[in-house]
Design a protein around this ligand. Structure first.
Ligand code: MF3
Ligand code: CO
Length: 272
């Protein structure tokens, strides 16, 4: 069953989504070589609790941490670890909160130092594909329109691997609601998009082949070929004409640009 949100509920969900964005901005401020992903998980859990919310991933189907932190060839659901990040690593940080009963759930991929032009292009293109999918999240369309836009921009245009085993989803009082939102598919197919439908759209795109496997911990998803994978996720509400993006990358991007340890592909401003 699909749950459509009232305008008042959408505002509560915007609050939850923005708390995730703020938490990701806090992460962007402290990322540098030497930091461990377990330290990041602690910071994430504290920041969320300080803001009158709870981390939704903790204990979800037995998941043992407050965030998913996926480094290099880990696609998603990476466990925070007591191991230092290194120059050239890319990390996807995926965070979920429950605030006033409503879920926020989104993710961002950062580059610690320079991972090289091929990986920087993968990061750029995956983010672009997310926005191309969001452009299709309008009333009257279909889930397949979103899926197809993401697949066209990544698999067709760049030959990247589009992960099939994991998909985006509806979001609301539950972390995972109907419908599923794949990152591949055909235009004009799938559930109809109506105003008030809130979706977590989350391309997971591999530099190499699309195949992945889950480690024996039951969670960590890795690329079969061990080439890197990138993950971006936004929370969006379907509207007439133009989707309403509830999460806010601008505060994350500002923190990312201000952190000299993070590579954004943009030249740093020259000191004046
Ligand atoms: N963004 C992921 C998802 O939507 C996060 C789930 S991780 C879990 O599925 F730990 F909560 F399962
Ligand atoms: Co999600």
């Amino acid at each position: 069953m699909i749950h459509y949100k009232t305008p008042a509920e959408v505002e509560l969900m915007r609050d939850s989504a923005r708390l995730v964005s703020k938490t990701l901005a806090e992460v962007a401020k402290v990322l540098k070589p030497g930091v461990t992903t377990l330290e990041l998980d602690k910071l994430i859990a504290e920041f969320i609790r300080d803001n009158d919310a709870v981390p939704s991933f903790l204990n979800y189907r037995g998941y043992p941490f407050s965030s998913c932190i996926s480094v290099n060839d880990v696609v998603v659901h990476g466990f925070p670890r007591n191991e230092a990040l290194r120059e050239g690593d890319i990390i996807s940080v995926d965070i979920g909160v429950i605030k006033k009963g409503w879920h926020g759930d989104h993710a961002y991929t950062f580059a610690i130092g320079d991972p090289g032009p091929a990986v920087m292009q993968l990061i750029r293109v995956t983010k672009e594909a997310l926005y191309k999918g969001i452009e299709k999240a309008v009333a009257g369309g279909r889930v397949g329109d979103i899926a197809n836009a993401i697949q066209e921009h990544t698999e067709k245009k760049y030959g990247y691997g589009v992960v099939r085993e994991l998909v985006g989803h509806g979001l609301g009082k539950h972390l995972h609601e109907e419908p599923q939102v794949p990152n591949y598919g055909r235009r004009g197919t799938g559930a109809k998009l109506k105003e008030g439908l809130v979706l977590a759209i989350e391309p997971m795109i591999n530099l190499g082949k699309r195949e992945v496997y889950t480690e024996s911990d039951g969670w960590t998803v890795r690329t079969n070929d061990h080439h890197p994978s990138v993950h971006f996720e936004h929370d969006v509400c379907v509207k007439k004409g133009k989707a309403d993006i509830l999460s806010d990358y601008s505060i994350i991007e500002a923190a990312e640009l201000a952190n000299p340890h993070l590579f954004t592909g943009q030249a740093a401003a020259l000191p004046s």
